[in-house]
Design a protein around this ligand. Structure first.
Ligand code: B12
Length: 222
């Protein structure tokens, strides 16, 4: 007889199966969690933890680049399953324009896309410049769109320099509105030190904290 797993057990198993790159098992666990009314963001959080563990195994030489690619593919499939729930669960009438992109040299976009989905669900207008975005492109778009906030995503250590160069270019712009536009940076490995180094106004490790920061800054209520 198979015992029915509790929600905490399902969540632990999901982290483990993502880390082990078991695609079918991971997706079945996500399905089971959805059927058990688990918060979609908790599912995303568990997958993020599983991905972190994939990264650790890669760093230790237990996994190769193909594992990172596979992990990205599993996450994409999970997002396909939870996106409708996120759109349904998180709704808002926020107004505000956010310019977003992954900084130059970095092509990681799963977290950025996640943030974009949440911001859009809350009603913000997001201009997503994609990945590997040079500082000059952030500047050009900031001058054209005059966003309320600029969000930079970066997961590589080398991205901190790209973030710094981007912020510097924005702060030295001729357009006074661009100079004053708040900049938030996001990524799994960021901390206060990186934020200060890059010269950004805020940093976060998860998308929901990023949304809350945008809400607070623009004076809206959730
Ligand atoms: C999947 C993955 C890949 C995939 C990415 C697919 C894709 N479409 O994004 C691929 C295979 C392309 C890849 C490539 C590489 N990767 Co990679 N990758 C990962 C992995 C395993 C998961 C990343 C991820 O998607 N996490 C899940 C998301 C949801 O989390 P997140 O990105 O942190 O985003 C959340 C928050 O941070 C926040 N957020 C993110 N951005 C923003 C922005 C703003 C404004 C805000 C407010 C919030 C916010 O919201 C999100 C949701 O909560 C990480 C491991 C890790 N620890 O993260 C390594 C990792 C980032 N990769 C790494 C490396 C080394 C590489 C490669 C250099 C490997 C190689 N030899 O080629 C290349 C780099 C390519 C490049 N130039 O960018 C290293 C980086 C090490 C370092 N310190 O620099 C890591 C940390 C793995 C490791 N531990 O060694 N990778």
């Amino acid at each position: 007889m198979t015992r029915i797993m509790t929600i905490p057990e399902l969540r632990t198993a999901l982290i483990q199966n993502i880390a082990d790159l078991n695609e079918a098992a991971s997706l079945s666990l996500v399905q089971a969690l959805i059927e058990n009314q688990t918060e979609p963001l908790e599912i995303v959080q568990d997958c993020q933890e599983g991905m972190r563990q994939v990264g650790e195994r890669y760093e230790r030489g237990e996994y190769f680049l193909s594992a990172l690619i596979m992990a990205g593919e599993i996450f994409r499939e999970v997002m396909e399953m939870v996106t409708p729930l996120i759109k349904e669960r998180f709704r808002g009438n926020e107004s505000g324009v956010i310019l977003l992109g992954t900084v130059e040299g970095d092509i990681h976009d799963i977290g950025k896309n996640n943030l974009s989905l949440l911001l859009t669900s809350y009603g913000f207008t997001v201009h997503d410049l994609g990945v590997d975005v040079p500082p000059s492109e952030f500047l050009r778009q900031a001058q054209a769109l005059h966003p309320d906030i600029i969000g930079l995503s970066g997961l590589l250590t080398s991205s901190y320099d790209s973030m710094k160069r981007t912020v510097q270019l924005l702060r030295n712009a001729e357009d006074a509105r661009v100079v004053k536009t708040p900049v938030i940076i996001g990524g799994n490995q960021l901390n206060e030190q990186v934020c200060q180094y890059a010269g950004a106004d805020a940093w976060v490790n998860d998308a929901m904290s990023g949304v809350r920061w945008c809400q607070r800054l623009l004076g809206h209520r959730s």
